[in-house]
Ligand binder design. Sequence first.
Ligand code: FES
Length: 178
Amino acid sequence: MNRREIITVAGGLALGARGAHGASPERMKPQIGDVLVHAFGDRVGSAISPADVKDDRIFAFAMASDGVIRDGSLHNQLSLLRVDEMAMSEKTRRYAAGPFLAVSAACTHTGCEVSGWQPDTHELICPCHGSRFAVLDAARVVLGPATKPLALLPIEQGDGVIRVAGKFSRRVGPEPTY
Ligand code: FES
C-alpha cells in the first residue's frame, strides 16, 4: 500500500468515526500560519513556493510551525491551483492569494478524493461518481451527484511560501447522514 492509499484509507475511516477528529496535531484542520507543503511526490513534506504552482494542480497538506504535517485525514488534503485572478468570482477572490487557490480535496458527495483537474474549464472532478466543481466560482457544483460546493481554504503568500490565512469556507467533505 503506497502513501496515498494509506492516507485515503485513513480518510475513509475518519468519515466513519464522527467526532474523532482533531485529537492529534496530524488530524487537526489547517491552522492559521501553517505552511502548505507537497503532499506527494519527490518533494513530499517540503514547502510549496508560489513558483511551484503552474498549470497543474498540486496536492498539499498544511504543516505546523513545529514541523508536524497535518496529513492524518483526507479531510486535510488540499488541491492548490493557479488560475486567472480576474476570472474569479468575488467570493472566490476572498479566499485566494493572488492567482492561488486552495480547495478541499474531500468530495462533498461521499468523501472521495477529488483527484481530477481540467485546467481548460477550471473544474475539479471527483472520479467516484463524476461530480464536477467550478473553482472560479467558489467551487460550486457544475455536475452532481454532489450538491454542495467544495470547501475553500483562505491562503496568503509571502516569504516564498503559501500559508493558511483562515478557516475553511464550509464543512469539509460530505454532510453527516444521521
Ligand atoms: S464521492 Fe465524489 S461524486 Fe461521489
